[in-house]
Design a protein around this ligand. Structure first.
Ligand code: FAD
Length: 259
């Protein structure tokens, strides 16, 4: 990545104006992903002076500033109090602590990369995103359609639900990209998300319906995952292999949240 000019706006309004006025400008998160690309940008818009680094409880919600590092999120007591190991498990294998100290939650979400595990995890929570221009957008809507391309993500809002969550993944070796990621939550109902197929994570409809209709049908619901989703191939695994391991990971996660 290269850019001709670096700016550090003092407020979000100015940051958005620069982004909208100049189609070749780019928002800078921790730049962990941006810097491995070979693209040229006109202006790099740094968000570090905008007060977007925080995790706080606000009534029945948790708010996370978009510039918060993945490492802060991974170790935060508030997040871990409500969602158990769901969030830290989806982050702990990402390269190393130094990398996660740099990478931001805003960059991880806005990048919408298929292998970003925190996307799988957040899909099973009641989660909304707040953008400077587009306002509040449900997390699943942002992930499933690519309508929002140029805006600034300000914060992530998660409802404090009580219940169990589980995160499972498969990777060839520690700190490599995942081959498959699975998240399950059991709040008012069971939600199942499957990601890194290698496509980006999506929520299950059929398997979730089945397990919500009868909590004893763990095996059947897990097997249905193989039919419900499409599994593709990449450098790390064949689609066939992903299809075989998906029911196993979903079964383990369902057993955990229904214990
Ligand atoms: C080598 C490598 C290995 C990885 N391995 C894994 C892995 O195993 N598991 C996993 O889950 N993930 C993995 N990742 C993905 C990683 O989670 C994301 O790339 C990283 O978190 C991006 O964060 P960042 O803050 O550095 O984003 P940046 O690189 O700064 O930005 C990414 C994108 O988001 C945009 N952006 C950033 N912040 C905002 C904002 N607030 N509003 C609007 N747009 C914004 C940028 O313009 C850019 O388009 C890996 C990435 C790399 C580079």
């Amino acid at each position: 990545m290269r850019f001709d000019k670096f700016v550090q706006p003092k407020n979000l309004k100015t940051a958005l104006e620069i982004l909208k006025k100049d189609p070749k400008s780019v928002i800078l998160g921790g730049t962990t992903f941006l810097r491995i690309s070979d693209k040229n940008y006109s202006t790099g818009i740094d968000l570090s002076a905008l007060g977007l680094k925080y995790i706080k409880e606000v009534g029945d919600q948790i708010e996370i500033g978009a510039y918060t590092s993945l490492r802060t999120l991974e170790t935060d007591p508030i997040i871990n109090k409500y969602f158990g190991k769901l969030v830290p498990k989806s982050l702990e294998n990402l390269i190393g602590v130094q990398f996660r100290n740099n990478a931001t939650i805003g960059g991880a979400i806005f990048g919408r990369l298929g292998f970003t595990e925190i996307i799988t995890a957040l899909l099973v929570l009641d989660c909304e995103l707040e953008f400077e221009e587009n306002g509040l957008v449900p997390f699943s809507e942002f992930i499933s359609n690519w309508k929002i391309k140029r805006d600034i993500l300000k914060k992530i809002i998660i409802k404090k639900n009580k219940g169990k969550c589980s995160y499972k993944m498969m990777r060839n070796s520690s700190s490599d990209f995942t081959i498959l990621s699975v998240a399950v939550s059991n709040f008012d109902k069971i939600r199942i998300a499957v990601g890194t197929r290698p496509a980006i994570a999506t929520l299950s409809i059929k398997a979730a319906q089945l397990i919500n209709s009868d909590k004893n049908k763990i095996e059947e619901a897990a097997n249905l995952i193989a039919e419900e989703f499409k599994f593709g191939k990449d450098l790390r695994a064949e689609g066939k292999y992903r299809k075989m391991i998906a029911p196993v990971l979903v079964k383990r996660a369902l057993q955990e949240v229904l214990k």
